[in-house]
Design a protein around this ligand. Structure first.
Ligand code: PEP
Length: 251
């Protein structure tokens, strides 16, 4: 899966124009799920533009979701509202939400469960800060984030769950984890999953890498055996560069 996280970029006309350019560029993409996460305001327009372009197989995602279905929660958006707008996935626990909006592991877990219950797939983001890496705490942090995100998950939930390992020091910085660092972390996440849920679930779980993935490094990152895709911010904003990522060269 190659996923675009547009963050707080693109108006509705910009989003629709992007889809119009992007769809023909990925005409020949094979064996890859494509996902686009626009701001909430553009979800329904992106879904409609993809439909018009004959690409209803490209997933549209929300960048966040709330854990209640309805109620007095000013500013929040529920799983069924996302589905109603044409979204099929929600990203939860992005580091920018953890950092700027103080989202905790237990909130991420509540959001993930609600999204799944509401019929959405989820991409759960985890990853360490540079300080945590430099003090040897990467594995402790990632293990905590993974296991707490999955509290009370049922076996069927895993089918619709994707992890994204996004070291915070690599997001939007231009610094990418080396393929060795990415592979090591992905393998570790799989081992944590295996310990808790067994080999089958761990083996089938899709784990994306995120952090400054660009046209010039996507092929080496995607060549790592435990990297099943990429979650991309900056390089997904331009359809040309994102289409190059979708068409990564298989090693
Ligand atoms: C992200 O926001 O999930 C991300 C990986 O951003 P970037 O590709 O810009 O580092």
């Amino acid at each position: 899966m190659i996923a675009a996280n547009w963050k707080m970029y693109k108006t509705i006309p910009e989003a629709v124009a992007y889809v119009g350019r992007f769809v023909p560029m990925v005409r020949n993409a094979a064996d890859v799920d494509i996902l686009i996460a626009p701001p909430f305001t553009a979800i329904s327009s992106v879904a409609a533009a993809l439909k018009k372009g004959g690409r209803t197989d490209i997933f549209v995602a929300a960048q966040d979701v709330f854990y209640e279905e309805k109620g007095a929660f000013t500013g929040e958006v529920s799983p069924s509202m996302i589905r109603d707008a044409g979204g099929g996935f929600a990203i939860v626990g992005h580091s920018e939400r953890r950092q700027y909006f103080h989202e905790t592991d237990s909130l991420v877990n509540k959001k993930a469960k609600a999204a799944l219950k509401g019929g959405l797939g989820v991409i759960i983001c985890v990853g360490e800060t540079i300080e945590e890496r430099n003090t040897g705490r990467t594995f402790d942090v990632v293990k905590r984030q993974v296991s707490e995100a999955l509290v009370e998950f049922q076996e069927a939930d895993f089918k619709n769950t994707v992890f994204a390992y996004e070291p915070i020091w690599a997001i939007g910085t231009g610094v990418t984890a080396t393929p060795e660092q990415a592979e090591e972390a992905h393998l570790f996440i799989r081992s944590v999953m295996k310990e808790i849920y067994g080999g089958d679930i761990a083996g089938d779980m899709r784990i994306l890498y995120g952090g400054s993935v660009k046209p010039d490094n996507v092929d080496e990152i995607m060549a790592c055996p435990d990297v099943d895709g990429a979650l991309v911010g900056g390089a997904s904003l331009d359809p040309e560069s994102f289409s190059r990522l979708v068409m990564f060269k298989k090693g």
